[in-house]
Design a protein. Structure first.
Length: 403
């Protein structure tokens, strides 16, 4: 039997259930941005479809192509980095892939740092090489070596503003000049420094990217990436991400926007803690070296004072004299600091690069650039500095006890 409607002008019950009313206009707005989970958006006319795809109208069609949360996150990072535009990616590696692939073709040449995040190195050596793009790996902190590598034309120069895991710092203005002289785009991974400490575009870089999973999110609860550059390059990079299905989810963008609200506070506190932790470690007899840009012993300390502002960052690395055996004892001796194969949480964590982030390097290659079995990467958090240092001391005491 057909359902009888109370109002003849109203739709059937089943239709009312399926329809969603538009949100009413109000004089107020939410203080926190809403999460727009819609996968697809309605469009009023066929002509509007053309306008949207061809950039004559503002709006969205399909979340893979664009979403309000994606755009809000990317626009904020672009503003923090001093860029014209930005695009959100599903992961940091997706942002790296888009930055490198966009504009490249078979036969092109890349010059990249010889000490990079392990997955970046794997991508350059594996899939990209298979596509016919060659990469020369160089110590980009050695400007003379970079100059020699860029005496020949290149399409791209790829560097980290603060390297993973040894915290080396290339001369960004010099690299920018060399890259442009060779006809290359200069792309910088700014994950370790964040725009709080460094803005590579101000030093001549053409594009900057982040694993937003790290400091931008800051709470180990999101996986995301972001790329910022001039509007034309971002448009091309967006097309790369959309084609590969590697754009970010709205919820991850929302979480990262929330994280950025406290970025300055977190970086200020964690950086101040890192200075104290690095100084403590440098005085310990079981530690053979400490890599931290804020120490006068760091090979690029003077450069760091010019390129970094608001402190020297929250990342450090130190080498234990006893190698992997000492590293294992150190991990077992910790009580508060957790072993985690990532970084940039509000709490302090450590990782073992040889077994995690740089596991894909050949052992001889790791040793050659200083990633030894005794190397520990320290991501300093926002706890009280005394508690961080006390736990580092407990780890070192465990190394002594193990002999």
């Amino acid at each position: 039997m057909e359902r009888v409607e109370a109002d003849a002008s109203a739709a059937h019950f089943e239709t009312l259930c399926a329809e969603i009313d538009e949100q009413p206009e109000t004089v107020t707005r939410p203080l926190a941005p809403p999460i727009v989970t819609a996968a697809v958006f309605s469009v009023p006319t066929l002509e509007t479809v053309d306008d949207l795809y061809e950039g004559r109208a503002a709006g969205h069609i399909y979340t893979r192509d664009g979403n309000p949360n994606q755009e809000a996150f990317a626009a904020l990072v672009a503003r923090l980095e001093g860029a014209e535009a930005g695009v959100a990616a599903a992961t940091g590696m997706a942002a790296i892939t888009a930055a490198i692939l966009t504009g490249l073709q078979r036969g092109d040449r890349i010059v990249a740092g010889h000490e990079l995040y392990g997955r970046t190195m794997a991508m350059l050596r594996g899939p990209l090489a298979a596509l016919g793009v060659s990469t020369e790996f160089v110590d980009l902190c050695d400007s003379d070596a970079a100059s020699r590598a860029l005496a020949s034309p290149a399409k791209l120069v790829f560097a980290e503003s603060v390297s993973n895991p040894l915290l080396n710092i290339p001369d960004l203005p010099v690299l920018a000049e060399l890259a442009h002289g060779a006809g290359a785009r200069f792309v910088v991974d700014n994950t370790f420094a964040t725009p709080y400490h460094c803005r590579p575009l101000a030093f001549g870089a053409d594009a900057v990217l982040h694993s937003g999973t790290k400091y931008l999110g800051g709470h180990s609860d999101v996986t995301i990436g972001v790329l910022a550059a001039d509007a034309a390059f971002v448009k091309a990079a967006r097309a790369t991400l959309v084609t590969f299905g590697a754009t970010a989810s709205p919820f991850d963008c929302w979480l990262t926007l929330r994280g950025i609200k406290t970025l300055a506070l977190r970086m200020e506190r964690a950086s101040a803690n890192a200075v104290q932790a690095a100084r403590f470690l440098a005085e310990q007899r079981g530690v053979s070296r400490v890599a931290y840009p804020g120490l006068a012993s760091h090979p690029q300390h003077e450069r760091a004072t010019c390129l970094l502002s608001g402190g020297f960052g929250a990342m450090a690395a130190f080498e234990l004299k006893g190698g992997e055996r000492a590293a294992s004892a150190f991990v077992r001796g910790l009580r508060r600091i957790k072993l985690a194969p990532s970084l940039a949480d509000v709490s302090t964590t450590i990782s073992h690069p040889a077994k995690t982030s740089h596991r894909g390097y050949a052992p001889a290659e790791r040793e050659a650039i200083g990633i030894t079995p005794g190397l520990i990467r320290l991501s300093v958090g926002i706890e009280h500095a005394d508690d961080i240092i006390a736990d580092l001391a407990a780890g070192l005491a465990a190394v002594d006890a193990a002999g």
